[in-house]
Design a protein around this ligand. Structure first.
Ligand SMILES: *[C@@H]1O[C@H](CO)[C@@H](O)[C@H](O)[C@H]1NC(C)=O
Length: 255
């Protein structure tokens, strides 16, 4: 009874394996993508050494299904019609990832990315509700998030364990969930939701080496990427128990 089903599965597996692109194709250079033809040139690459810029294009979809390593950076900026950015097999990027100012972008898929050498910047992509970075465990420099106005739950970096510099996340967050083993040098949390710092960080106990600042019920000006926080922001030397205690103390003093 089981045999036909098993052999069908095997056949399906064999067919999909033979349909796959060649396992490795190394590409080198800086790729300044302006249109579909430029983009088509990098689709076969399994490795890229260089920079990828997708900048002010009219692309609606940027899908790199073969790319596994990028020794360089990728910047996807100001693409008015871009809806999908997918690098589902990428595991390592040595440089920066910047995805900014793409008003229609609703799918950001870096499903296999584990290590990012420099910074991750996600700013002003108002149509994405849940960027996909399920495996990302290490970011060498900064994590900067702002202007993802649809992403009300910050739960899309669940495996993150190390941020070498500052993690600065700003948005309409009702909850912020981070890996309990996360270590970051500095952390800034700014939320415009009506909830306060204590509530939005309820599921959260990361370690911050230097300073953690949290600013609740923030207005537009303070939600802008990297803008200065007012004196009212709560600053504390972080250790999980102390965080909850100091937030409550400041909230009490503010009454
Ligand atoms: C925390 O991160 C580790 C490694 O990156 C991962 O294996 C684990 O599942 C994460 N925990 C949660 C609750 O996601």
């Amino acid at each position: 009874m089981q045999l036909p089903a098993v052999s069908l599965l095997l056949l399906a597996a064999a067919l999909s394996a033979s349909a796959r692109a060649p396992e490795t194709q190394k590409c080198e250079g800086n790729f300044n993508i302006k249109n579909d033809d430029d983009f088509a040139k990098i689709i076969p690459c399994s490795e890229i050494k260089g920079k990828v810029f997708i900048d002010h294009t009219k692309l609606t979809e940027a899908d790199l299904p073969n790319l596994q390593t990028l020794d360089g950076c990728i910047k996807v900026i100001s693409n008015a019609e871009l809806e999908t950015l997918a690098l589902p097999r990428i595991t390592t990027i040595t440089g920066v990832v910047e995805i900014s100012n793409n008003p229609q972008l609703s799918t950001i898929d870096f499903n296999g990315l584990q290590v990012l050498g420099k910074s991750l910047t996600l700013t002003a992509n108002p149509s994405v509700s849940s960027p996909n970075f399920p495996e990302l465990s290490s970011v060498g420099e900064n994590v900067l998030v702002a202007g993802e106005t649809k992403a009300t739950n910050f739960n899309y970096l669940p495996a993150l364990q190390w941020v070498g510099k500052t993690m600065d996340i700003r948005g309409p967050f009702d909850t912020i969930s981070l890996n309990s083993t996360l270590k970051a040098k500095n952390m800034v949390l700014v939320s415009s939701s009506k909830l306060g710092c204590v509530e939005i960080t309820k599921n959260w106990t990361p370690m911050v080496e230097d300073k953690l600042k949290c600013f609740e019920k923030a207005d537009k000006a303070h939600l802008a990427a990297g803008s200065k926080l007012p004196n009212g922001a709560i600053t504390f030397q972080a250790s999980p128990g102390v965080i909850a205690a100091s937030v409550m103390l400041v909230a009490y003093l503010a009454l």
